[in-house]
Design a protein around this ligand. Structure first.
Ligand SMILES: [Fe+2]
Ligand SMILES: [Fe+2]
Length: 197
């Protein structure tokens, strides 16, 4: 269960197939950013014990995903380099409360929603690319199972931080509505979390 408040448009997958190599470069950056975000939380919250080992494991796994993306780009002879970040994640994170533990809980839930959206879109891309780019489809099928697990992990960590499952469920639903709105607003850019205008 991914807790998303909207479904990606049917127009997204054919659009993604047209932009596959650019999307792979953006996606590689997303995996690196996911590792960096997990590490950032470890630095910001060294006293929140329940975060430490799960986020250390997550950072390692996301760096592994980054390496797999680099391998795929190499195999496809697509150069990896700078690519402008999309506005999606930054705009979503603007919604986070500034008081603690609200800030931490919202950050964890936003991370969980980003994982969920990534998972949903990788599944769509894998289906669209099955015959055209089976190498990409195969890697995406591998990765999307991890991203679904990461979604669950972030929600579980938010629950562990507040100790109130119902409060987390309510906040997750609110943030899912924001995520759906932000996603619609950032359409028109070539990013995993972008899309056709
Ligand atoms: Fe990942
Ligand atoms: Fe992930």
């Amino acid at each position: 269960m991914l807790h998303l408040a909207s479904e990606t448009s049917p127009a997204w997958a054919p659009w993604a197939a047209q932009h596959v190599d650019t999307l792979l470069v953006d996606h590689a950056h997303c995996e690196k950013k996911a590792a960096s975000t997990a590490l950032g939380l470890l630095f910001r919250y060294p006293d929140v014990t329940c975060l430490q080992r799960p986020l250390a494991d997550l950072a390692k796994e996301e760096i592994g995903h980054f390496e797999r993306m680099l391998d795929l780009l190499d195999a496809r002879k697509v150069p990896f380099g700078k690519y402008p970040a999309g506005a999606y994640a930054a705009r979503l994170r603007e919604t986070c409360r500034t008081d603690e533990p609200g800030r931490l809980v919202d950050t964890l839930l936003c991370c969980g929603l980003i994982e969920a959206r990534s998972c949903e879109r990788m599944a769509l891309a894998a289906d669209a690319l099955a015959s055209m780019a089976p190498d990409v489809a195969s890697l995406y099928r591998d990765l999307l199972a991890s991203e679904a697990r990461h979604h669950r992990l972030f929600v579980d960590l938010a629950e562990a931080v507040v100790g109130d499952r119902e409060a987390v469920r309510v906040r997750l639903a609110q943030l899912a509505e924001v995520e759906a709105r932000v996603l619609a607003e950032v359409a028109g850019t070539v990013h995993l979390h972008g899309g056709p205008a």
